[in-house]
Design a binder for this molecule. Structure first.
Ligand code: SF4
Length: 737
């Protein structure tokens, strides 16, 4: 086997304790060591984790009680990692395809054979078509950033097509950035003590942010109110003083209606507006078109509820906590802008009693902060060509469009993202994959993606590799370290990319002796002593200059005007350069597929299908684990009781869900009052080959100000242009089977 660097390291140096007695089920076991790391599975919490190792196997994981936010608890999927890492179904060694694509037939190969094959094919496509014939596919299955910067170094040296954009949050990030500039969040430790109201928008914390609950409850025990905006009756909505349940895609109307009531009733903060905002008059011109009655009719929320929410919002010290649900539509950037403007006209920004939270950009090393991806991706002295880009929100379109250019995309290396299961409209994604001459998938299990691969490489579980994963919600960092040697023949992602680089002839940029920790250190700014966040140390509070305790307290904003831009000058400027919806005041543009924008389609497909993040999985991850299958049960669609009655289905009946893009069969119906009539919910991430993947049906439309056209771009700014796949712009029909 290839002599990868990690085999030479003594991992005992990370032990917090040795010979530790620990309960594993009903047995007390003496673990060889306990090591601290962090969970990188892309939820807000980024939990501190303790892993117990015996005979180089992980026997238990638990929450790190030293972590000030996650305080010793994990979620179900967090605990399930002990089953995941030890699963007998893991990809144990490299595999080379022997059947047709999609058949899932492979033979065992050695690392040398697999890597030789990949490098030979990469060299071939590069000499035949050019460097841009390669693209990576990578997202947040393991949201750790280090490996993405090492892959970025390889891809830059190769001259590959760059992958930009996001599925999930950049349209909102763009809306937010155009309004307040740099993105910071106020830690829940602060607001839980001071705020009078929490306004929670588009976030289902039970599934994606469970550690917010102690802070929410602490605030509520003091008497703080909770108002939740969500089209679905989530667990947190059921605890709220007020739940606003908008028709999917109408969140911006709700925000405009609330602002209309607040301004019309003189409840806005005139001093804050005069001193710290720009464009109030222009905003009012738009807001006055949306009186509360009209907003109520459009959103389906009762007038009284909108008025109550507006009154509370304006008159109480309010903490605004935004999630990502409201940006899964083509107007998501405007929705986020509208909520930011709502906070600003009430003066709820920059105060410990109530602030405006969307994301903390310290959680994104590609953005300015304490970590800078460019330090690793662009090594000094390297000749890095400018290359075109493909937007991940429209990945398949980009690959297909490239086939008509001089440099068609012919090779793809995929890791940390379910390409087939997470891209919208699965049939279209498969059409794009058929164009490839080389599809390499680095994976832990045989997923929807591996079935279409030419080569499958055994990837590491997060507990087997280094990583840098700052939270985008709180301010504590625990560097990921390998708690044990990789199982079977698995190899850390960093080392796979480095070894590919060496085999391409770039030894100087991928020195054999460089460890993952070296790459982590190289990425961090000097004022941040990252070793304080490496086991046995950690977690570490990030420096105050990067993560202020109370963001925006100086009321200086990194926008063109230096103020909160109710009228966005940067939107206006960007709109002169690129097509899209850069309207500088927030307004409502109906989702690209909806009862109002596509009435003819709506006659055929009268139900809007939304897909929540699953409770017990990170999208498609964990779906194959016995513990998770047992808890989650079979795939089910939540459908309003009236709709269920109309189509004649009752609890437990099997239904067909379909539209012009595809169909799902044998999904169990769950009649409920959790969704309003006309809306249904089917959890995201269930596997295509197991018959329940919602993206078989999902629309390929996108959200965000910039129109990405065919998906290929030559210039892109994540915060000025930000796009998101508009998964919830999806109409379907449901019928009994
Ligand atoms: S998925 Fe989120 S809540 Fe669950 S263990 Fe990981 S970081 Fe914690």
């Amino acid at each position: 086997m290839t002599n990868f660097t990690r085999l030479q390291e003594d991992l005992n140096k990370y032990a917090v304790a040795r010979n530790v007695p620990v309960w594993v089920g009903r047995k007390k076991v003496i673990a060889d060591r306990m090591v601290k790391t962090a969970c990188p599975h892309n939820c807000y919490d980024t939990c501190g984790v303790r892993a117990y190792i015996k005979d180089e196997k992980v026997i238990k994981v638990e929450g790190d009680p030293d972590h000030p936010i996650t305080r010793g608890h994990l979620c179900v999927k967090g605990y399930a990692n002990v089953q995941k890492i030890n699963s007998p179904d893991r990809v144990k060694y490299p595999l080379i395809r022997v059947g047709e694509r999609g058949e899932g037939k492979f033979r065992r190969a050695s690392w040398d054979e697999a890597l030789d094959l990949i490098v030979e094919k990469l060299k071939n496509v590069r000499s035949q078509y050019g460097g841009e014939s390669l693209v990576e596919y990578c997202y947040s299955g393991n949201r750790e950033h280090m490996a993405k910067t090492v892959s970025g170094r390889f891809l830059n040296l190769f001259g590959a097509t760059k992958l930009v954009g996001s599925f999930c949050l950049l349209s909102g990030a763009a809306g937010s950035f155009h309004t307040v500039g740099e993105q910071h969040t106020m830690s829940p430790e602060v607001w839980c003590e001071k705020t009078d109201m929490i306004f929670l928008v588009g976030r289902n914390p039970s599934f994606t942010n469970p550690h917010i609950y102690p802070f929410l409850y602490k605030a509520m025990e003091r008497g703080a109110k909770l108002v939740v905006v969500d089209p679905y009756v989530t667990a947190v909505a059921s605890k709220a003083d007020l739940h606003l349940q908008p028709r999917p895609g109408s969140d911006v109307v709700l925000a405009l209606g609330m602002m209309n009531y607040i301004i019309s009733n003189d409840l806005h903060n005139k001093e804050f507006i005069a001193n710290y905002t720009h464009g109030f008059d222009e905003l009012w011109e738009e807001v006055k078109k949306m009186p509360v009655e009209k907003a109520a009719e459009h959103t389906g929320i009762e007038v009284e509820k909108i008025i109550q929410a507006a009154k509370w919002y304006a008159t109480l010290n309010t903490q605004t906590e935004c999630g990502y649900g409201h940006q899964r539509y083509s107007n998501g950037h405007q929705a986020q802008r509208a909520f930011a403007c709502l906070a600003a006209i009430c003066g709820h920004i920059g105060k410990e009693t109530g602030n405006y939270n969307f994301i903390d950009q310290m959680g994104f090393p590609t953005l300015p902060g304490f970590a800078k991806a460019g330090k690793v991706t662009n090594p000094e002295g390297a000749d890095i060509p400018q290359t075109r880009m493909i937007n991940i929100a429209t990945f398949a379109s980009g690959v297909l469009a490239s086939q008509k250019t001089d440099v068609p995309v012919k090779a793809c290396i995929s890791f940390r993202g379910g390409l087939v299961s997470q891209q919208p409209e699965v049939a279209y994604t498969l059409e794009a994959l058929r164009q490839l001459e080389l599809f390499v998938v680095i994976e832990q299990f045989m997923t929807d993606d591996t079935d279409y691969a030419d080569v499958v490489l055994p990837g590491c579980h997060y507990l087997e590799q280094y990583g840098l994963h700052p939270s985008y919600w709180h301010h504590y960092l625990q560097v990921l370290v390998p708690v044990c040697k990789p199982y079977h023949e698995a190899v850390p992602d960093i080392e796979i990319w480095a070894e590919l680089g060496r085999r391409m002839g770039w030894e100087e940029y991928f020195p054999k002796e460089t460890t993952g920790l070296d790459f982590v250190k190289a990425l961090i700014e000097d004022d941040c002593d990252v070793m304080q966040a490496v086991s046995p140390n950690g977690p570490m509070r990030l420096p105050e200059n990067w993560c202020p305790k109370v963001p925006y307290q100086d009321l200086k904003f990194t926008t063109p005007s230096g103020k909160v831009e109710l009228y966005s000058n940067s939107m206006e400027e960007r709109g002169k350069k690129f097509p899209g919806d850069f309207k500088p005041v927030p307004w409502h543009l109906e989702p690209a597929e909806s009862p109002l924008s596509t009435p003819e389609l709506f006659k055929k497909y009268p139900i809007t299908l939304i897909s929540q993040h699953p409770a017990f999985r990170t999208h498609s991850q964990y779906y194959n684990l016995p513990w998770i299958r047992e808890i989650e049960g079979p795939p089910k669609v939540f459908i309003n009781k009236k709709d269920a009655e109309r189509i004649g289905v009752k609890e437990g009946d099997k239904v067909r869900i379909y539209n012009d893009r595809g169909e799902l069969l044998e999904i169990f119906a769950k009649p409920t009052i959790r969704v309003k009539s006309g809306t249904a919910e089917l959890s995201s991430g269930m596997w295509v080959k197991l018959g329940a993947n919602v993206n078989v049906l999902a629309s390929r439309t996108i959200g965000g100000p910039r129109d990405v056209l065919d998906g290929i771009m030559t210039e892109y700014h994540p915060l000025l242009d930000g796009n998101t796949t508009a998964y919830f712009n999806t109409l379907v029909q449901i019928e009994k089977m």
